[in-house]
Design a protein around this ligand. Structure first.
Ligand SMILES: NC(=O)c1ccc[n+]([C@@H]2O[C@H](COP(=O)([O-])OP(=O)(O)OC[C@H]3O[C@@H](n4cnc5c(N)ncnc54)[C@H](OP(=O)(O)O)[C@@H]3O)[C@@H](O)[C@H]2O)c1
Length: 285
C-alpha cells in the first residue's frame, strides 16, 4: 500500500493518478474534511487519521509538503513516520526542500533501515494532473529502481541524478530560473500593455521568438486570462529562499533572488494567494 501525505495542489493530482493506475492508497492530512481528501476517498483511497496509522500499513510513503519544517515534522517529529514505518520501507520526498534536510533525514532514517528518495518534481499542477511531471531523483540506485514503476505514474521524464540531495539542488536551480523568468515576463507584459500592445498578439509573437520559455508557454496563457496557475506565493517564496542558500550572500545571484522575493512580497496581500495575483495590475490596465 502507498501512503500519501500532503494533498494540496501537487499531492492531490498525484494521488488521483496513482488511484487511476490501480494502486491502493492510504492518505493523511491534518484536515481530513478538505475537498481534496474527500475526493480521493470517494475515488477509493483509504483514510488514515494519524501518521502512525498510515505508516503501519504502507511500505512506500509519498510526501508533498509545503516546507522543510513540515517535512521534518512528518518524518522525524513526534509520532512521525520514523517511529512506525517498517524497516525496508521507502519515503519518496517529492516536496522541494533544502538538500541538507534530505541528507539529515536520511542519516536518521538509516538507523531504522528506512529508505529515502529525494524526488522533487517540476511541471506544476498542469503536468501533475497529466502525470507528466519531470522528476529528479537522488538516493540509492536500487531503491530508485524499485520505486520506478510508481514514479512513472507521476512523471514522464524521470532522471536518476546520483547522491541524495542532488535532486533538490537541481530543482532549486530550476525554481530560481523559472521564477526569475516569471518576474521578467510579468514586467514585459505590463510594459507592453501600458504601451497599448494587445497581449494576445504579444503572446503569439514571443511564442516564436527567443524570449519564449516554459513559463511563457504554460503559465502566461493562463495568467493573461486571469486564471490561476495553482501555485501559491508562499511556495515560490520558499523555493527562492532555499535557492538563495545555494549562493553566497551579496553575489549577483543572491541579490537577484532578493529582488524577486521583495517584489513578490510587495505584490501579494497574503502568502496563500495563487501566483496569478502577480498579473492583477496587468489585467486592470
Ligand atoms: N504548486 C506547484 O506548482 C509546485 C510545482 C513543483 C513542486 N512543488 C512542490 O510541491 C510541494 C507541495 O506544493 P503544493 O503547491 O501542493 O502545496 P500546497 O497546495 O500548500 O499543499 C501542501 C499540503 O501539505 C499539507 N500539510 C502542510 N503541513 C503539513 C504537516 N505539517 N503535516 C501534514 N500535512 C501538511 C497541507 O494539508 P493540510 O493543511 O490539510 O495538512 C496541504 O494540503 C512543495 O514543496 C512545492 O515546492 C509545487
Amino acid at each position: 500500500m502507498i501512503g500519501v501525505v500532503g494533498l494540496g495542489n501537487m499531492g492531490y493530482p498525484m494521488a488521483v493518478n496513482l488511484l487511476r493506475a490501480g494502486y491502493k492508497l492510504k492518505v493523511y492530512s491534518r484536515h481530513m474534511d478538505s475537498a481534496n481528501v474527500k475526493d480521493v476517498i470517494t475515488r477509493g483511497a483509504l483514510p488514515a487519521y494519524s501518521l502512525k496509522e498510515l505508516a503501519e500499513e504502507c511500505d512506500t510513503v509519498i510526501l508533498s509538503l509545503p516546507s522543510a519544517q513540515a517535512s521534518n515534522e512528518v518524518v522525524i517529529g513526534e509520532n512521525g513516520l520514523y517511529e512506525s514505518l517498517a524497516p525496508g520501507s521507502t519515503i519518496i520526498e517529492t516536496s522541494t526542500v533544502p538538500p541538507s534536510l534530505v541528507i539529515k533525514l536520511n542519516n536518521i532514517l538509516e538507523n531504522r533501515k528506512i529508505n529515502l528518495l529525494d524526488a522533487p518534481v517540476s511541471g506544476g499542477r498542469i503536468k501533475a494532473e497529466r502525470g507528466e511531471l519531470t522528476i529528479m531523483v537522488g538516493g540509492k540506485k536500487p531503491v530508485y529502481e524499485r520505486s520506478l514503476s510508481i514514479l512513472k505514474v507521476l512523471g514522464k521524464r524521470i532522471h536518476y541524478v546520483g547522491d541524495l540531495g542532488n535532486g533538490q539542488l537541481i530543482k532549486l536551480l530550476n525554481s530560481f530560473m523559472a521564477l526569475a523568468n516569471l518576474f521578467v515576463a510579468r514586467s514585459c507584459c505590463l510594459t507592453a500593455r501600458k504601451k497599448g500592445v494587445d497581449l494576445s498578439l504579444f503572446k503569439e509573437i514571443i511564442n516564436n521568438s527567443t524570449g519564449n520559455s516554459w513559463i511563457w508557454e504554460n503559465w502566461i496563457p493562463l495568467l493573461i486570462n486571469g486564471q490561476e496557475v495553482k501555485s501559491k506565493i508562499k511556495i515560490a517564496l520558499k523555493d527562492l529562499s532555499y535557492a538563495q542558500e545555494l549562493f553566497q550572500s551579496n553575489t549577483p545571484e543572491w541579490e537577484l533572488i532578493e529582488i524577486i522575493k521583495t517584489s513578490l512580497k510587495n505584490l501579494m496581500t497574503n502568502e496563500e494567494e495563487d501566483l496569478s495575483v502577480l498579473f492583477k495590475d496587468v489585467w486592470l490596465l
